[in-house]
Design a protein around this ligand. Structure first.
Ligand SMILES: Cc1cc2nc3c(=O)[nH]c(=O)nc-3n(C[C@H](O)[C@H](O)[C@H](O)COP(=O)(O)OP(=O)(O)OC[C@H]3O[C@@H](n4cnc5c(N)ncnc54)[C@H](O)[C@@H]3O)c2cc1C
Length: 473
């Protein structure tokens, strides 16, 4: 095959944006013709194929990316099928000599990338792999003895001591080279929902998928909430967090762009500790990827080996009630219904619903992680694994197992007027405020609220006993 030095493929994956996109930028700086490509290949993603919510987000995000490219005179080539077959076909039809993409860190995808690279090199295609989704590559930070970090603060201090990471890349030109009309594209909508199994798409409310939506979310957060993030971030009844997570999970905005914008804002409000706390959360995301890269078994197995023998229980009925938000505990039910109906959940509520599943119900963190994976727009293997193992006490720098959230106290503290609960559990709307987190104490209600599926006192004791049995093994 004769290859054309002037044609490059930019393989888009979880980086669905044009702004601050190192691979695209490098392809352009070579003065090349560019084929922007996305491949929908569920087998390449196994065992963590994007779930129902993520696929709904992905479809809209790809349509936005295609629109953005079209506004610049290019277009997105969307193909479904086996990655290698698609790459061969596109290389043959475009005669591209170079392919560029951003590194992914999900262990199975990273392993497939390695063999894809070998394959392409054998075919004499140049391959360029860049970091486009993190502030720093997870390999670039290690302890002095070469081991990876397991404690966030030590990791983050090391991260902050290093040379500043790069600044955002300059804006793209208003016009991109057009794609040869012979390069074929499938239709975006049909394929994502038919493969690997037919799935009805979610209707997305409260978020705007795509790069423009991501930049708007950053703008709203940085101008309205960032300086009070310290206190507002724990309140599910307030819009006090950035809601950037699905945009970050799909790479519609880069962490470098977020960092840079927040630094600019902090120059205007220098005393704001809210901004530092927010940047630390971006640091937790970096730490999650550090852990996923260096402990690649953790999506399936607890990082702390002793938890492999934990006596988790199989309780299909209780699991279903947890999933549908029918546990009888208002803040748990509100969180689970928020997840079910909106594809997102507030961080404080993620922590307490996860704690309820793992500790009060005694069900394994991995069952919870799978449900979140299916229902979250922001399902992200690194963050989801870290969040679940942190809550279950079996991961790096995790909350100790004996820290068991009490959903009544959590509700009273973080949703004091019950606004969040009333929004997601309308069956409680008639309850007076003083009983909103303890509806079982209210008497004379026309329609009593769902019975509690577990006793908080007894289940707490059972969880502590299970943990004790583990420590004495
Ligand atoms: C059980 C459990 C499961 C979780 N699953 C996911 C998941 O699949 N995907 C996901 O993106 N986050 C997950 N998180 C982390 C966190 O809940 C969400 O990132 C956050 O709620 C997203 O809302 P936001 O964008 O408004 O966050 P903000 O508070 O505005 O934070 C900004 C960004 O920082 C990052 N971040 C914030 N908190 C954390 C954290 N604790 N760990 C890692 N990164 C963080 C996220 O990328 C987030 O978008 C999980 C947490 C728990 C406890």
């Amino acid at each position: 095959m004769i290859m054309d030095d002037s044609v490059s493929i930019v393989w888009f994956r979880r980086d669905l944006r044009l702004d601050d996109h190192p691979a695209l930028h490098e392809a352009l700086s070579r003065g090349n013709q560019i084929i922007p490509l996305f491949i929908w290949d569920p087998d390449y993603e196994k065992p963590w194929i994007p779930g129902t919510a993520s696929r709904s987000w992905l479809m809209q995000s790809l349509q936005c990316l295609d629109q953005e490219l079209k506004m610049k005179g290019s277009r997105l080539i969307f193909r479904q099928g086996s990655t290698l077959n698609v790459l061969h076909d596109i290389i043959a039809s475009s005669r591209a000599k170079t392919i560029l993409w951003h590194r992914r860190h999900e262990p199975a995808v990273a392993a497939r990338d390695k063999s894809t690279i070998q394959h392409l090199l054998q075919k004499r295609v140049n391959v360029r792999i860049l970091n486009g989704s993190l502030l720093r590559d997870p390999d670039s930070i290690r302890k002095e003895n070469g081991d990876p970090y397991r404690v966030f603060t030590a990791y983050w201090n090391a991260h902050r001591r290093m040379e500043p990471h790069r600044a955002p890349l300059p804006s793209l030109p208003s016009h991109l080279p057009s794609v040869d009309s012979r390069v074929y594209s499938d239709t975006i909508e049909a394929d994502i929902f038919s493969m690997p199994s037919p799935t009805p798409p979610f209707e997305i409310h409260g978020f705007t998928p795509g790069e423009a939506g991501a930049l708007r979310a950053l703008d709203t957060f940085s101008s309205e909430w960032a300086d009070q993030y310290d206190t507002s971030r724990d309140r599910p009844d307030l819009p006090g967090t950035s809601r950037l997570s699905p945009h970050l999970a799909w790479g519609e905005i880069s962490p470098v762009r977020i960092w840079h914008t927040m630094e600019q804002v902090s120059r205007m409000v220098p005393a704001s500790s809210g901004i530092n706390t927010f940047l630390r959360e971006i640091g937790w995301r970096e730490f999650a990827y550090h852990l996923l890269t260096h402990f690649p078994d953790t999506p399936e197995l607890p990082l702390r080996g002793e938890f492999r023998h934990f006596p988790w229980q199989k309780k299909p009925e209780a699991y279903e009630k947890w999933k549908s938000g029918d546990t009888g505990f208002p803040i748990v039910d509100a969180g689970m219904r928020e997840l079910l109906h909106s594809g997102w959940m507030h961080n404080r509520v993620r922590m307490l619903t996860a704690s309820f599943l793992v500790k009060n119900l005694g069900i394994s963190w991995s069952e919870g992680a799978q449900w979140f994976w299916d229902r979250l727009y922001d399902a992200d293997l690194a963050n989801n694994t870290l969040g679940w193992q942190w809550t279950a006490g079996c991961g790096a720098d995790a909350a100790p197992f004996f820290r068991i959230f009490n959903p009544v106290i959590q509700g009273q503290k973080f949703d004091p007027a019950g606004k969040y609960v009333r929004r997601w559990v309308p069956d409680l709307s008639a309850y007076p405020q003083r009983f909103i987190h303890t509806p079982w104490l209210a008497s004379g209600m026309e329609k009593p609220y769902t019975d509690r599926i577990v006793s908080l006192i007894e289940s707490r004791q059972r969880a502590l006993n299970d943990f004790q049995s583990l420590s004495s093994q």
